[in-house]
Design a protein around this ligand. Structure first.
Ligand SMILES: [Fe+2]
Length: 220
C-alpha cells in the first residue's frame, strides 16, 4: 500500500516523497469592477484609460497563452492598475502606487507586481520575479510602440500589422521616441525571449482586445 502524504506550504507541494511547484491562487483583493473604479479615481485622460484597458487585455491574453488561464483575472487587473499613479503623480510613478492601491484594498502580491514594472527605471525595490511581472515589464512599454505604429496605418488598427513593419518602426529612434527600446529589450531578456517573439505575441494580444477596448472607450 502506497502512503500518499500531501503537504502544501507556500506554493510548494510535497507529494509522495517529492516537492513540486503548486501554483497558489493569486489574490487580487479587488473585483475587476472595483479595480476600474479605483483606477478612474486617479485617471481622467482618455489616453491613460485606453492604455490601462489595453494592457489589461494584453495581460489577460498572455496569461492564457502562457498556461496561466486560472490566473487570467489577476494578470488582467494588474495590467489595468499598473499605471494608477502616473497621471497625478508622474514624478512618483510606482512609488505612490502602493498607497493608492492599499487604500483600495488591493493585495500585496498585486502591489508588488505593479511596482516591479518600474524596476531599474524608477527607484523601486520590487524586481519582476513572477512570469506575469516579466510580461508586464516587457509588454507595457511595447504596447505604446505598437499603438503609435497602429494609429498611423490606413486601417488605424493592429489587425493588419505584421512584425516586419513594427520592427522597422522599432529601429527608427525618432518614431515614438518616448517608448524606450532599452526597456523593451530588458523585458525580452527577463523573459528569455527573442525580440521577434515578444513583438509577435504582443501584436496578437493587442489584436485580440482592440475591438473591445475601442467599443468601451466609445461608450464612456
Ligand atoms: Fe503602462
Amino acid at each position: 500500500m502506497i502512503l500518499l502524504l500531501t503537504i502544501i506550504v507556500r506554493g510548494l507541494h510535497f507529494c509522495n516523497g517529492s516537492w513540486y511547484h503548486h501554483p497558489m491562487a493569486l489574490q487580487s483583493g479587488v473585483s475587476r469592477e472595483a479595480a476600474w473604479e479605483l483606477f478612474r479615481t486617479y485617471n481622467k485622460d482618455p489616453f491613460h484609460l485606453q492604455h490601462a484597458l489595453t494592457v489589461e487585455g494584453v495581460m489577460d491574453w498572455y496569461a492564457r497563452e502562457l498556461g496561466y488561464a486560472d490566473e487570467a483575472e489577476f494578470w488582467g487587473i494588474t495590467g489595468l492598475l499598473h499605471d494608477i499613479d502616473f497621471e497625478e503623480y508622474p514624478d512618483r510613478h510606482c512609488l505612490k502606487a502602493p498607497e493608492l492601491l492599499r487604500a483600495g484594498g488591493v493585495s500585496e502580491e498585486m502591489i508588488h507586481a505593479v511596482c516591479s514594472h518600474g524596476w531599474g527605471i524608477v527607484d523601486v525595490e520590487a524586481k519582476p520575479e513572477h512570469e506575469m511581472e516579466k510580461v508586464l515589464f516587457a509588454a507595457d512599454e511595447l504596447t505604446g510602440l505598437v499603438w503609435a505604429a497602429a494609429i498611423i496605418r490606413p486601417s488605424r488598427s493592429v489587425k493588419d500589422m505584421e512584425v516586419k513593419s513594427l520592427k522597422k518602426k522599432y529601429k527608427t529612434p525618432a518614431f515614438a521616441a518616448g517608448c524606450s527600446r532599452e526597456v523593451i529589450e530588458r523585458g525580452a531578456a527577463l523573459l528569455g525571449w527573442e525580440l521577434d517573439a515578444l513583438f509577435e505575441k504582443t501584436i496578437l494580444a493587442m489584436r485580440n482586445c482592440e475591438d473591445s477596448v475601442n467599443a468601451f472607450m466609445r461608450g464612456l
